[in-house]
Design a protein around this ligand. Sequence first.
Ligand code: ADP
Length: 577
Amino acid sequence: MGITSDQSISIFWYRRLCDGAAFLGAALLILFIFAQLSPDQTLSLFVPISAVIAATISGIGGLVGHLLHPKHQARASWIIFSFILGTILILITQSGGINSPFVALWLLVGLASGVLGISGIILTFLINSAYMGIAAWFGWLHGPTQQFILLLIASQVPLVVAYLLWHHRVFSGPGLPTTHDAAAISHLSEQLNRESLKSEIIINSIADGVMVINDQGHIQLLNPAAQTLTGWEENDAIDLDYRSVLQLLDGQDQLIERNEPVQKVLTTNESLHRDDISLRTRAEKKMLISLAISPIGTKERAYGAIAVFRDITKEKAEERQQAEFISTASHEMRTPVAAIEGYLSLALNPAVSAIDDKARDYLQKAHEATQHLGRLFQDLLTISKAEDGRLNNSPKVLDIVDFVRDQWEEQQQKALAKNLSYQFIPGPAQDGTLEGTKVIQPIFYTHVDPDRLREVIGNLIDNAIKYTTEGSVSIDITADEQNVTIGVTDTGIGIAKEDISHLFQKFYRVDSSYTREVGGTGLGLYISRKIIEDSGGQIWVQSELGKGSTFYVQLPRLSNEKAAFLEKQNAPTVPKA
Ligand code: ADP
C-alpha cells in the first residue's frame, strides 16, 4: 500500500522525504553561502543563520534516514518531517514573517504531510495552528491582521488538499511496500539466511557424500565428502546430469543402466538402499559404496532425489575376510568331527563292539554332541556362503506340492515316534486315493533351487516335530495367481510375542527349559530367511505361546505356461529326492 497505517510509510515516500530534507538542507546552505559571498549582501533570498542550522540538521537527518534499517524507518519519517517543518517555520519567522519569500515552502510541506497518513496531517495542522497562535502573540509575522488571517487559511488549505490527495492512497488497495513490510521482509530474509547457513554447515560437515538431484536429473548440490568420493568439484558438477558424476557399476563392473537406482527413485517415488554396487570416480577408480536414495517432494510426485553414499570397500573386505575365516574353519573342522561321529557310531554298534551299559550311555551322549557340532559347522558354512553370495543358486522349475510332500514323507518316522498326528493336507495319499476316494492333487509351480528349499522346508518340519510334545503337525499348501504359500503348523510349545521378532536372527533361540533340553543351533531359521529372501519370497510365523505355531513360506508362483517354457529351456523339473 502507499501508506498502510500511521506506523508505516511506503519505502518510496520515505526516501522522497529523506531526499526533501537533504535537498532543503543543501539549498538553504548554498543560499546562505551565496548571501555571505555577495559583496553588497542584498540577496533577496536572505537565509538567517538559525534557519541554516535547522536546515543542516534536517539535511543530515535526510542523509542518515537513507542508511537506516527498515525497522527504524517508520519512526524516523516523523522526525525527518518534523525537522523539515521546523526549519521552514524558523526560516519564515526569521525572513520577514508574512512577507517571507519562503511562505510557499510552508504550503508545500503542508501538502507533503499526507505521506505520514492522517496522523501526519493532523499533527501538521496542530503545529501550524500553534505556530500561528504563538507568532500572533509575539508579533513574529509582522503584518496586517487581514494578511495574517489569509496566511492562517493558506497554511491550512494544503492540509485539506493533502488529505484529499493521500486519503485515497491511505485506504485503498495494494501498492508500494511499506517500511513495515520491508522490516518484516528483512527479518524474514535474515532468518532464512541463518537457516540456510545452518543447513550448509550441517551438510558440509556430514562425512557421507550427499548429492541433491532435481527431477530433470541435474545435480543441485554436492557436499565436500561427495566431492572427495567422486573426484568432482561442486562448481563443475552443478547442473550436470547426475550420471556423469555418480557412475554406478554392478557386480560385473558394468554401468548400471536398467533399473538405475536414482531413476528408479524418481519414477517410483520410493526410497532405496543398496550395498552391492560400486562407484566409478572421475579418475576411473572403483570403490564399493553403500548408497541410500530418497525422493524429495510429495507423496504423489518426486521433485528430485537426495543420494547419500559412503565408501564401504574396507568394511566389505573385512567382512569377506571374516566370512572366509569362518568358512575355512568350519570346513576344516567338519572332517575330524565327521570322523569322530563315525567312530562313535561304530563303538555304539553292538555288531561291531561290545561295551557295557555305562560306557554306552557316555558314548551315546558324546555321539549326540558330535552330531550337534557337525550341524553347527554345516550351518556356519552355509551362513558364510549365504552372506558373501557364494551360496549356490541353481533354480529349477519345481512342482511345489510334490516337492514338499517328499520332505514331509522323509520326516514321517520322527513324528510317528513321538505319537504325533502327522498330515499333509493338499494332496492325496501316495496311491492317489484317500480312504478310497480319488483326490486331485493341485499343481503349483515355482522356480527355486531345490537343494536350498529342501533345507528350509526340512528345517521347518524338523522344528515343528522337535518343539511339539503332543497333538499334530500338519503341512498345507495354498496359492493365488502370484504366490505359493507353504504352511507348517504344529500344536507345540508356541512362541511368545516378544521372541517372534528375533526368531529369524542369527543364533537366536527362545530360552526355556524345553528348548534347552531339545537343543539346537539357532541358525536354522536365519538360514531359511536368507534362502527364501534370496529367492524373492518371504517367511514369517504366527504363534501363540502354549498353543502352537504356523510357519509360512511364500514363493513367487510360475504359471503353467511359464513353467513349461522354462523347462523346455533346459531347466528340467528336479527328480524326486
Ligand atoms: P534351532 O531349532 O536349531 O534352535 P532355529 O533357527 O531353527 O534353530 O529356531 C530358532 C528358535 O526358534 C528355536 O530355538 C526355538 O526356540 C524357536 N522355534 C523354531 N521353531 C519352532 C516351533 N515350531 N515351535 C516353537 N518354537 C520354535
